[in-house]
Design a protein around this ligand. Structure first.
Ligand SMILES: Cc1cc2nc3c(=O)[nH]c(=O)nc-3n(C[C@H](O)[C@H](O)[C@H](O)COP(=O)(O)OP(=O)(O)OC[C@H]3O[C@@H](n4cnc5c(N)ncnc54)[C@H](O)[C@@H]3O)c2cc1C
Length: 292
């Protein structure tokens, strides 16, 4: 019996050119300490009063160009409410999105992102979330990982699709939910249950719903909090229930403060496995609503 919980590694060498000329000078990731420190130095001049973030051509260009995720069309989107809210928020902040842009190549000296379908976006400063892949040990285990070394996993039971005696937890799995601490935590409950059931020869609990929640910093000491699962998009409302206190899908100072506060809560309350009302592996609709 094996539980693979080996996490993910960052693969900045994908796409081609990202770690070439200009890496850590005008092209950055904040996903490690070295990158975050270098980026902070590069951004420092942009936040001076004479050059406010948001009006500086460099800053605007950087934020536009690094946006290689897309806001899905609300007409066809599976997340129309969240897409509209987040899209409106970006518009308010003067951030433009380039949709459906899959970066195939980065031209550092020329300051260009080139997509697989040969479109181009120029940048002065690039901030990127690198491609994630599975851990080195998965690479060394033939047949365990997919093309990015994530372990193929049943999205409802967390049993691997590679071998019945392997279960998978967190970033190591290839299931279609976020790579986030909350996901790993929620999965842990069901994974432990299913390992026990497997050993006892009982039927699996198939109820893992992809539940995820996390804070999204939106700047100026505010943050959003989003809560969703495989089927339910992030909705407005309150967490953990209608009484609050945390606003969902809405910028607030409380959410910004909530992130550091949550660290204490996690280590001192959640990690010990205590039952906390309103925080459960399964997503609850209590306190959420769908706007007209
Ligand atoms: C910069 C950054 C910021 C993030 N911010 C947030 C956030 O704000 N909110 C959020 O929810 N999530 C955030 N995440 C994501 C979150 O950290 C991960 O989703 C979460 O840690 C995944 O948990 P995991 O247990 O699957 O993997 P990990 O926490 O990565 O743990 C895997 C462990 O396995 C170990 N390991 C790997 N191979 C072996 C081996 N062969 N032998 C022994 N040990 C091995 C690794 O060293 C590691 O300790 C962030 C991630 C990064 C990188």
């Amino acid at each position: 019996m094996l539980v693979a919980a080996t996490g993910a590694v960052r693969l900045p060498e994908e796409p081609e050119g990202l770690t070439g000329p200009g890496w850590m000078e005008k092209m950055f990731t904040f996903y490690n300490l070295e990158g975050a420190s270098a980026l902070a130095c590069a951004l420092a001049p942009l936040s001076s009063p004479s050059s406010p973030t948001g009006t500086s051509p460099s800053a605007a260009s950087a934020r536009t160009s690094s946006s290689h995720t897309s806001r899905p069309s609300t007409a066809r989107s599976r997340t129309p409410i969240a897409s509209k809210t987040l899209g409106d928020l970006l518009e308010e902040k003067g951030v433009a999105l380039v949709k459906e842009f899959n970066t195939g190549e980065v031209d550092g000296p020329g300051g260009r992102l080139i997509s697989y379908d040969e479109r181009e976006v120029t940048f002065d400063l690039l901030v990127t979330v690198p491609v994630h892949g599975g851990a080195e040990c998965v690479t060394r285990s033939p047949g365990l990982g997919d093309e990015l070394n994530s372990v193929p996993t049943n999205m409802a039971t967390l049993q691997s699709e590679v071998k019945p005696t392997i279960f998978v937890l967190g970033d190591a799995a290839n299931i279609p939910t976020s790579k986030a601490g909350s996901v790993t935590h929620f999965e842990g409950e069901l994974c432990a249950e299913n390992v026990e059931r497997f050993l006892a020869g009982e039927a699996f609990d198939e109820s893992y719903d992809g539940h995820a929640n996390y804070f999204v910093e939106t700047g100026f000491k505010k943050a959003l909090l989003i809560d969703f699962d495989y089927e339910t998009e992030p909705l407005p409302g309150r967490l953990p229930n209608a009484m609050g206190p945390m606003p969902l899908l809405e910028e607030s100072r409380l959410n910004h403060l909530g992130k550091p506060m949550f660290q204490w809560f996690y280590w001192n309350a959640l990690l010990e496995g205590r039952e906390i009302p309103g925080i459960s592996a399964e997503m609850s609709m209590s306190g959420r609503y769908r706007p007209e």
